[in-house]
Design a protein around this ligand. Structure first.
Ligand code: HEC
Length: 108
């Protein structure tokens, strides 16, 4: 009797496909950048994304960022006021963080 085994194989294959398809659900660029940074060859943009997730995702969700699209000048002011509130952005990375925010959460 090979049929039950064959069915089991098909079911397992289908389950795997569904699991991998589910990975695409996180369309937010910050999440994608963070997961890319976990596995990937060095990508400065992804590394900055991971930093944004870490520095900006603690007090409120990163959805707060998508809800306030603004240009680099706006993000410069926002990052400064978040630092007043206690956000930790390494000064060597501040320019990259602001560029990342303007690129990914810029005005639409
Ligand atoms: C120490 C906690 C904390 C951290 C860390 C933090 N925030 Fe905030 N953030 C707040 C609070 C509290 C508010 C809402 C109060 C307010 O609007 O002043 C806020 C609101 C915001 C808003 C809504 C608009 C606004 O200006 O109120 C944006 C956008 C924002 N944060 C972006 C960021 C970014 C980008 C970072 C990372 C650099 C960050 N936050 C890190 C506490 C934080």
């Amino acid at each position: 009797m090979r049929a039950p085994l064959l069915l089991l194989g098909l079911a397992a294959g289908l389950a795997l496909i569904l699991v991998f398809a589910g990975v695409g659900v996180h369309s937010n660029p910050v999440y994608n950048a963070a997961s890319a940074a976990a596995s990937a060859p060095p990508d400065p943009d992804a590394a900055t994304g991971a930093l944004v997730l870490q520095a900006c995702g603690g007090c409120h969700s990163v959805a707060t960022l998508t809800q306030h699209p603004q240009d680099a000048a706006g993000w410069t002011a926002t990052v400064a006021s978040m630092e007043q509130l206690g956000a930790q952005v390494p000064s060597a990375q501040r320019a990259a963080v602001i560029a990342y925010l303007a690129n990914h959460f810029g005005p639409r």
